[in-house]
Design a protein around this ligand. Structure first.
Ligand code: DMJ
Length: 852
């Protein structure tokens, strides 16, 4: 936990639901980062870390963990560590004492995971108790019926490596059985798989299908299993799925989820951040062109928000605003650089590193972004940050001689652990199912851009990748809100455009007639109907979101934080609106009484400062008036519910008092108790604590420029000496620090807004936190709420036509060449359409709840 500078231990912190399933009290980060140390040439540190693992890690804890996460992070981490330990031992200098101890631990862990496979299907239960296994009363798990496709299909690399390293064939056999079952269950006409499956019946529970959350590494492991194990059946399966992905899901540069039974119908109008690994996988497959296109689109989204939001819409607005420092985009950048040799990808890597240093680096590590729009942090640094992000970024810039072994001799697991390719020829006795007869030869048209190596197809052509990126240069900035493209085919040929949910009026008889028709006549009408329902659901959740104010940021700018710590704050429906006015900057002071419910007895202490007040005992507006009367320039209300945190609670919005609040001119923000105590602890430790209240965190250089920091402070802080005053060739942040130390030491306070300027946007109705529940998991969109309006404006400027045309052309071409297009012309009976609608609506509701 990089904000509170502690390790996260299951049970000792408020639960974060499924996210915690990766934590098994087994020193996750230590194990997950073992092989990163060797890649980074920290061999001595690796040796120490291995000793620590052997000395301290206990795998026999009474904790329920995710089988998938434990496999990819812990089993993979131990095996990656073992692979590099034996490599080092063989070199003769380091790890001479090593006697396969990590492998023994891996085997012990492997046996602990095996009871999860005790199902008739062979698909594993999603969770297991490390001490008690599954289904015993003490186990507290084993009643689940569903798992995700990636959860059941991302085992083969680690399990096969474990079998081949140890000779115990059972692991590879179990992983193969699960993969065989998934393959059997693929939807036979589309060759796609759904997101979740019933582990007992094999029925698809969620029938939407993409390459991101819930499915991603299933595809990755089919191709990589072929590479590692040399078994053709895995390649054949991968190629079959890949053909389906390129046919239905890929709409370059986008990758959009579809329904497995109706693959021409998009299931969402947004994409999740996990799909950013896909260009990397396409490179491994050799399909460079779409990899370049998707990667370029993702890069532009990153340039807009500094990080890839957890989900973003097809018109590139933020859908889910958090970013837990996921490595997928860095991974794809590394693979694309390897494939093209284009220095552009080094520039991309540089931007990623600069953004990490600028916005995520905090005194105890790198903090996840709670909200890419405000730049606020979450007290979390997931183990994949060291396992994957550091590794890929280092490798992107490393020359061959920087790495002490040949990285080409290894394959990366989904968690970027290294497994040696020589495993393909070791202990091969596992029985394989012969599936060749089931494999249908694929038409080659989907592999037009497949190439073994750019140096063969495009020898010495540095402009190759650039020529593919060029047309997509402005794809994000110049896009306009768009609906689902494919289902609009019918009206291009002269038919009436379908009714859109945003235009629907219940009082319009023509609209009602169209609506009735949607459920009856042809499947094209039915598609319109389904799309209409989808839009309705999205529109209504959109409208709910729009009644909410977006989150705000409290950034600690004084020594030793210097803007590095950014806390998520709830907005107020009264007082200065920080989105319309300049940020407010000031030192903090606690008010007396602390609840701020009566005239302050310490006005001299809060005068010209930002007052801290405790929640409770009177209305928020009353507190605001009391501190304003005492001369405070802003207020921070700290939650009185001990242990509350923005990590677990939905965004809280402070309501007015139901009366006119125009008299409140100062900005007011709300912090949950955990975030509040970071400020209170800072006061205890440093006395003078200065903060910035804003709608978006300012970057550190601007903060340092805005207010000069006396050089004695910089010089007196050893941490600053190391990090801030290093040599000029160091990172860009140092430049601003140099400017600081050489400039005047005067305090240059940021202007406060004049009180008359305050234009308030108060809503008389009070909102309770419960009212904001929906806002917490689905972040409000950051752009204008009216897609029609935006569309028109953009069209008038002629800016959005490129992407639309491109996509239109793309879908026209697909339609022309797609043998499955006749699917859309079949007539479906009304009952089945209505049943489908219900299913789709349920699927949508589940997706909305989906935690990535
Ligand atoms: C990693 O743990 C793995 O890459 C996994 O397959 C999905 N993504 C996370 C990091 O985002």
């Amino acid at each position: 936990m990089p904000l509170t500078c502690r390790g996260r231990v299951r049970g000792q912190e408020p639960s974060r639901g499924d996210v915690d399933d990766a934590l098994g009290k087994f020193s996750l980060t230590l194990i997950d980062s073992l092989d990163t140390l060797v890649v980074l040439n920290k061999t001595k540190e690796f040796e120490d870390a291995v000793r620590k693992v052997l000395r301290d890690v206990n795998l026999d804890n009474d904790v329920v963990v995710s089988v998938f996460e434990t496999n990819i992070r812990v089993l993979g981490g131990l095996l990656g560590g073992h692979s590099l330990a034996i490599m080092l031992k063989e070199k003769g200098e380091y790890m001479q004492w090593y006697n396969d101890e990590l492998l023994q631990m891996a085997k012990q862990l492997g046996y602990k995971l095996l009871p999860a496979f005790n199902t008739t299907s062979g698909l594993p239960y999603p969770r297991i108790n490390l001490k008690f296994g599954i289904r015993k009363p003490e186990a507290r798990t084993g009643t689940e019926t569903d798992t995700c496709t990636a959860c059941a299909g991302t085992l083969i690399l680690e399990f096969a490596a474990l079998s081949r390293f140890t000779g115990a064939t059972i692991f590879e056999e179990y992983a193969r059985k699960a993969l065989d079952f998934l393959w059997e269950k693929r939807q036979r006409s589309s060759n796609l798989v759904g997101v979740t499956i019933n582990i007992h019946t094999g029925d698809w529970v969620r029938k939407d299908s993409g390459v991101g959350a819930g499915i991603d590494s299933y595809y990755e492991y089919l191709l990589k299993a072929y590479v590692l194990l040399g078994d053709d059946s895995f390649l054949e399966r991968f190629n079959t799925h890949y053909d389906a992905i390129m046919r239905y899901i890929s709409q370059p540069p986008l990758l959009l989820d579809v329904h497995i039974h109706k693959p021409m119908l998009n299931a969402r109008t947004w994409m999740d951040a996990l799909l950013a690994f896909f260009p990397g996988l396409q490179v491994l497959k050799g399909d460079i062109r779409p990899a370049i296109e998707t990667h370029e689109m993702l890069y532009q989204v990153i340039k807009k928000h500094n990080f890839l939001p957890e989900a973003f819409t097809t018109d590139f607005r933020v859908h889910w605003a958090q970013h837990p420092l996921r490595p997928e985009f860095a991974e794809s950048t590394y693979f694309l650089y390897k494939a093209t040799g284009d220095p552009y990808y080094l520039e991309v890597g540089k931007t990623l590193i600069e953004n990490l240093n600028k916005y995520a680096r905090v005194p105890c590590g790198f903090a996840a972004m709670k909200d890419v729009r405000t730049g606020s942090h979450e007290d979390r640094m997931d183990s994949f940050f060291l396992a994957e992000m550091f590794k890929y970024l280092y490798l992107l810039f490393a020359d061959k001689e920087d790495i002490i072994f040949d990285i080409e001799d290894y394959i990366f697991t989904t968690e970027a652990h290294l497994l040696p390719l020589w495993l393909s020829t070791t202990n091969q006795s596992i029985s394989k199912k012969n599936i060749t007869s089931e494999y249908t030869e694929l038409d080659d048209s989907n592999f037009d851009w497949t190439c073994p190596n750019t140096q063969i197809l495009f020898p010495n052509d540095p402009l190759y990748a650039q020529s593919i990126r060029e047309p997509l240069k402005n794809v994000v900035d110049k896009s306009c809100p768009r609906g689902i493209i494919r289902v609009e085919e019918s009206f291009r040929s002269g038919a009436k455009p379908p009714l859109r949910a945003r235009d629907f009026m219940a009082t319009n008889p023509e609209h009602l007639e169209i609506l009735k028709k949607m459920g009856a006549a042809s499947s094209i009408d039915a598609e319109d109907g389904l799309r209409f329902m989808q839009e309705m659901i999205e529109l209504s959740s959109q409208q709910q979101k729009e009644q909410q104010l977006p989150p705000r940021a409290v950034q600690i700018v004084s020594h030793p934080f210097f803007g590095r710590v950014v806390l998520t704050a709830g907005p107020a429906q009264f007082g200065l609106d920080l989105s319309k006015h300049k940020e407010t900057r000031g030192f903090v002071a606690s008010s007396k009484p602390y609840n701020g419910c009566s005239e302050l007895t310490n006005p001299e202490a809060v005068m010209g400062k930002i007052a801290l007040i405790q929640r409770g005992q009177c209305m928020f507006a009353e507190k605001a008036r009391n501190i304003q009367n005492a001369g405070a320039i802003g207020g921070i209300v700290i939650d009185d519910n001990e242990g509350s945190s923005s990590d677990t609670a939905p965004l809280f919005q402070m309501a007015g008092d139901g009366k006119d609040t125009d008299d409140i001119k100062i900005p007011m923000l709300f912090l949950f108790s955990k975030e509040g105590s970071i400020i209170l602890d800072a006061i205890r430790e440093y006395e003078e604590v200065e903060v910035l209240l804003s709608d978006k965190a300012k970057d550190r250089a601007a903060i340092l420029k805005g207010k000069m920091i006396p050089s004695y402070i910089i010089n007196s802080n050893p941490e600053m000496e190391n990090e801030e005053q290093s040599s000029p060739e160091n990172d860009s942040q140092n430049q601003s620090d140099e400017q600081v130390s050489s400039s005047s030491q005067e305090v240059d306070l940021v202007d406060q807004e004049s009180s008359e300027e305050s234009s308030l946007n108060s809503h008389p109705e009070s909102l309770s936190p419960a009212d904001t529940d929906n806002v917490a998991s689905i972040s409000p969109s950051e752009q204008t709420s009216d897609p029609t309006e935006n569309h028109e404006t953009t069209n008038l400027n002629g800016e959005c036509t490129d992407l639309d045309n491109q996509l239109q052309e793309q879908s026209e071409t697909e339609e022309d060449s797609n043998p499955n297009v006749s699917w859309g012309k079949k007539v479906q009976p009304i009952d089945s359409i209505l049943a489908d609608w219900n299913e789709d609506i349920e699927a949508f509701e589940m997706m909305e709840k989906d935690e990535l």
